[in-house]
Design a protein around this ligand. Sequence first.
Ligand code: UGA
Length: 442
Amino acid sequence: MNVTVFGTGYVGLVQAAVLAEAGNKVVCIDIDEDKVARLTQGHIPIYEPGLEPLVENSIAAGNLSFSTDAAHGVAHGELIFIAVGTPPDEDGSADLRHVLTVAATIAGHMDEKKFIITKSTVPVGTADKVRTAVEGKLAERGRSDLDFDVISNPEFLKEGSAVADCMKPDRIIIGTSDDESEQKLRQLYAPFNRNHDRILVMDVKSAELTKYAANCMLATKISFMNEMANIADRMGADIEAVRQGIGSDPRVGYHFIYPGIGYGGSCFPKDVKALISSAREMDLPAEILTSVESCNERQKHYLVNKVEAHFAGELAGRTFALWGLSFKPNTDDMREAPARVLMERLWEQGARVQAFDPEAMDECRRIYGARDDLQLCGSKEEALDGADALIVATEWQQFKAIDIPSVKSALKQPVVFDGRNLYDPQQLVGAGIEYYCVGRPQ
Ligand code: UGA
């Protein structure tokens, strides 16, 4: 099928590459000329396992191309995805400017029927706004005779496993009440819908809300567990035992109940805020989500509060080794990362940070620039060198194995603050290391 994708961010790029690999002819349109030039050479601006070869192969096979020419994109695609960003406004609501601009662009160039698919996470009612924008532009052109449909088809990919999630989706949500649109998308997704049926067809608004409900549910699980961890911490219980104790009930399940120092990334914080904002517009208080959000903000301070308490508030002049900068493993993304709150609080108090992350070093440099109180190190060992204490903020695989004697000898004070419960408290304490983690007795 001929497919056009507007927006070459995470969502658009991954979806485009996966559809191209399945044999579709995919054109990606972006307004950023530099990015388009780099993508055309096969250079991927983000770290996402498996994406680069997929893009390179699809370009070589002639199934994937990149362009800034919107008219070409609109002419090419019978199916046109809108996968541009929806950054939060001041009040947390999603800013639809880019989505609606693309809608008007499509209407400005189309001269035959188009299936317009919203892939960006957009508030309930956005498809209607896209429809109105398209109708408005077509009327302006005197082309109200042209037919089109707007379909909601939210994505559920996770950073770090985006390609796999896209190739083997848990579910494919098609929000439309139009039979032809449903058939088109069924055809497009047929290669990803083998063995058992993953396609769920529903009305547009339910599809839009499903996306938010999914992320808000997951964020709620995390904040709930973090609250339990804080309670366990004060009560002297072990949240890791409690986690297994509740996870064994299939109604709760083991997934996504790991306590830590808060969720981050581009999705959960943004989507929770956006749904709160949408609910409030309708005079609904969204009490659970409001608490999920505030618990998460507080949780980002959990570990640094422990650091302060340990050093009796005297952090000036101290050096901290920091393992992990990205908001989670297998990504270089530092948006809303707990490590940022941590570093910024340490800096405010005059401490230095020696940081190491397997992928996010460039991103950290881009965000914070060169500063005296930040040293970006070449390895996790180098980060430890001469530091007062070690702080672990992200559960990268390579941090899970800890060489206790060398950590102990590299640190001035053998103390480890673990925001992801990676280590066995008894082992560390037994080796003479003071150990702080989340919701487990020391
Ligand atoms: C999330 C959802 O998981 C995807 O299904 C969704 O498609 C995506 O948002 C989106 O809306 O685009 P992502 O932001 O990539 O994906 O990250 P997750 O893997 O879900 O992790 C989110 C955060 O929760 C991370 O900071 C992680 O450390 C934290 N987390 C996760 C916990 O603290 N505990 C857990 O048990 C699980």
